[in-house]
Design a protein around this ligand. Structure first.
Ligand code: PEP
Ligand code: MG
Length: 328
């Protein structure tokens, strides 16, 4: 199979009925960039900028951040890269002080992390905004904010970017040719606010890792619970179907960047729900491209409608049988 996937590297993933599915990859370190060409991914759908912070002994300077972002953009060429602003704090504490809230979080995943932290440590976000805007001079910049829980948090974060942009404009620097803003949908509350938030966005990326832990109130790092709750469960699928519905009619690009999209049956379910962009771990790009070519979206879409309306007792088993029946 490995050789088979390599052959697929330059093949665009179309479904049997001719729908183009974007198969992008997740990355975070300079070394990951090489995987773009090796896998033939459509771009980087999630660049986790906090990795640079996590592997550094001290806060990476703005210049170091800018260099990394520029290298990533240069390597990606025409392929899009979505930079997620830092998701640090909580369980991703840094050895230096920037994430020290003075309080221990009892539930770090639900704690002072990601955008919550970045909006208070504004110097951190300003520095990152400037590094990203400068790195993308003359190019398209895609920026995504993590853990957005209410629409105002997006507004506040975008304002930090707008101010840096004005500053650079004042200096007559080359600016990005276009800037697209988006959010991660990983805190369930934001799914209730899509009508308010989505008109301001170019894209939404569903982070199924955190979303699942928040929906089920089940720690994603606890193996006892990881076994118990299934991504292919009617509650998750119904939730995602509502998100798809909630973004219909808006000119936004909706994707999934959690690990769910990198598994065969899960990816089949997501495509059945109408998702057309997956960003996944590089090792899954080949297998998922191969999967996409076996799918008829009308068939799985219709089957999914039925299961959502009246969930079978074992959703995973039902989907697995259906997939086998359809030679997927
Ligand atoms: C997610 O939560 O699904 C996600 C993609 O982000 P991370 O795994 O970095 O929290
Ligand atoms: Mg997350």
């Amino acid at each position: 199979r490995q050789a088979g996937y390599a052959k697929l590297r330059d093949v665009e993933p179309f479904t049997r009925d001719g729908q183009r599915v974007q198969v992008m990859m997740n990355a975070g370190l300079r070394d990951d960039i090489a995987m773009l060409n090796l896998t033939g991914a459509d771009g980087i759908g999630l660049f986790r900028t906090e990795f640079q912070f996590l592997v550094s002994a001290q806060l990476p300077s703005r210049d170091m951040q800018k260099r990394l972002y520029k290298d990533v953009l240069d390597a990606a060429g025409e392929r899009p890269v979505i930079f997620r602003t830092v998701d640090i704090g909580g369980d991703k504490a840094l050895p230096y002080t920037v994430t020290d809230s003075g309080n221990e979080d009892e539930n770090p995943a639900m704690g002072w992390r990601a955008l919550r932290l970045a909006l208070e440590r504004e110097g951190l976000l300003m520095g990152q905004a400037r590094a990203l805007l400068e790195a993308a001079a003359g190019k398209t910049l895609n920026v995504m904010f993590p853990m957005v829980s209410e629409p105002w948090e997006f507004d506040a974060a975008k304002l930090v970017f707008d101010r840096q942009l004005e500053y650079l404009r004042g200096l007559k620097r080359t600016l990005p040719e276009a800037i697209n803003y988006g959010v991660m949908l990983e805190v369930p509350s934001i799914a209730e606010m899509l009508d308010v938030l989505v008109p301001k966005l170019k894209f939404v990326s569903i982070g199924t890792n955190d979303l699942t832990q928040f929906l089920f109130a089940a720690d994603r790092a606890n193996p006892k619970l990881a076994e118990r709750y299934d991504w292919i469960s009617p509650s998750i699928l119904r939730f995602l179907a509502r998100v798809v519905q909630g973004t219909k009619g808006h000119a936004i690009d909706l994707g999934v960047c959690g690990e769910m999209g990198g598994r065969r049956l899960e990816a089949l379910a997501l495509i059945g729900l109408g998702i057309r962009r997956l960003s996944i771990t590089p090792a899954s790009v080949g297998p998922i491209k191969e999967l996409v070519r076996r799918i008829d979206t009308a068939e799985i879409g219709a089957a999914m409608q039925g299961w959502l309306a009246s969930p079978p007792p074992n959703m995973r088993e039902t989907l697995a049988l259906w997939a086998a029946d359809h030679e997927i």
